[in-house]
Design a protein around this ligand. Structure first.
Ligand SMILES: [Zn+2]
Ligand SMILES: [Zn+2]
Ligand SMILES: [Zn+2]
Ligand SMILES: [Zn+2]
Length: 387
């Protein structure tokens, strides 16, 4: 069987290729002699690796791959499955039992003398499969340009693998969300722009948001968030320091409120983030405005968060206060790092009685006389006596 990256194949794809009878390109035999190391292209790649500029490496590989002319890059972006299925260099296979491979749900296996294989573990969404297919093609492309192969394999193994993964990711987002589909101009980073772009390309909401944040570096500081209708953060990335990046998986009640407003206002709303933006530390960033646009499914929203103040923007923060949901306790407390957050309901657990939103308050009422028990009585510190 073939190893994933057989050592013998590392230097396989040279610049010069010859076409075999079945249209599959083979290496020329004088690979390594035609152009010495230190060619301008390799020097450029080295420079980009030092800067961790995976985006620029991917763009360069896209350019070189267009020159190589074996696949239409725009077709790869528009219909990845069809483009790869039509490539004589590759076999596309679906596999439901993947145990190893990439950070995405796929796998690339180089094969010598016959088409290489892209294995896809089908996910629930077509966008994810598209990203996976183009990501795997991003591994394929990294075997086919000699200057890149030389630079990539001059790196220590672990670093080389990591760089290759990042470049494959960058390649996928560059191909799926092409330059000319991106909004131009400095003031165009809006929730609607993101929603529109998402409806035009075959990439996930997160991939679209991430790509736009990367190209919008000149934009006034903001955070781009993708959330669901409960306000749960699916993706978040800030462009600068003015707005912090909220953690994924955490429910932001302020976003849930604006999601509802947007839903009843035809899909778009701009408003103050009244509840602020919650950090895991328990603090909330305040004085933020949110530009919210639902995606075409209506189940998710793109959000652009900005400070309300245009000038003299310093982050405003407040401690989050919470009232215990147990009627027998009702303690007011500040949600700081000493307070436990319930893994189920994501509400803070009361430091007095440990009640959160999902647990029925245990023994709140006496089962004999139905009188509400005091906290002391609930905890057993004081013996309850029936009336
Ligand atoms: Zn990968
Ligand atoms: Zn309590
Ligand atoms: Zn709970
Ligand atoms: Zn009683």
């Amino acid at each position: 069987m073939h190893a994933i990256w057989p050592e013998a194949n590392l230097r396989w794809p040279p610049g010069q290729t010859a076409t075999t009878t079945h249209g599959y390109r083979r290496p020329s035999t004088d690979y390594g002699k035609a152009e010495p190391m230190g060619a301008p292209e390799a020097e450029h790649f080295k420079y980009l690796v030092e800067r961790n500029d995976y985006r620029a490496i991917a763009s360069e590989l896209v350019r070189l791959e267009i020159e190589r002319g074996v696949i239409s890059i725009s077709e790869l972006g528009a219909d990845p499955e069809a483009a790869v299925a039509g490539s004589p260099e590759l076999d596309l296979e679906y596999e439901t039992n993947l145990t190893q491979g990439c950070s995405v749900y796929g796998f690339y296996r180089y094969r010598d003398g016959q088409p290489s294989v892209i294995l896809i573990h089908p996910s629930l969404t077509a966008e994810r499969d598209n990203f996976t297919i183009v990501h795997e093609y991003g591994h394929h492309v990294q075997r086919h340009h000699r200057d890149w192969v030389d630079v990539r394999y001059s790196l220590p193994a672990a670093r080389g693998d990591k760089v290759e993964e990042r470049v494959a990711d960058a390649f996928a987002s560059t191909v799926l969300i092409p330059e000319d589909a991106l909004p131009t101009g400095i003031n165009t980073l809006s929730a609607r722009t993101l929603a529109t772009l998402h409806s035009q390309v075959r990439a996930s909401r997160s991939a679209v948001a991430n790509r736009v944040v990367e190209v919008a570096s000149s934009e006034r500081d903001c955070a781009v968030v993708v959330c669901d209708e409960e306000g749960r953060v699916i993706f978040a990335r800030a462009t600068g320091d003015d707005v912090f990046t909220p953690a994924r998986g955490i429910v932001q009640p302020g976003l849930a409120t604006l999601f509802q407003s947007a839903a009843s206002a035809g899909g778009h709303v701009i408003g103050d983030l009244a509840e602020g933006l919650r950090a895991l530390s328990g603090w909330i960033q305040t004085d933020l405005s949110a530009d919210v646009a639902l995606d075409f499914s209506g189940a998710y929203a793109f959000v652009v968060l900005r400070p309300t103040q245009v000038f003299g923007r310093e982050q405003s923060w407040a401690m989050r206060e919470h009232e215990c949901v147990s009627p027998a306790c009702g303690a007011d407390f500040v949600v700081d790092s000493s307070v436990q957050i319930c893994g189920k309901c994501r509400d803070p657990k009361c430091p007095e009685c440990s009640t959160c939103s999902c647990e029925p308050a245990a023994e709140t009422f006496c089962t004999a006389c139905f009188i509400a028990l005091s906290v002391a009585e609930q905890s057993g510190q004081v013996q309850h006596v029936c009336d």
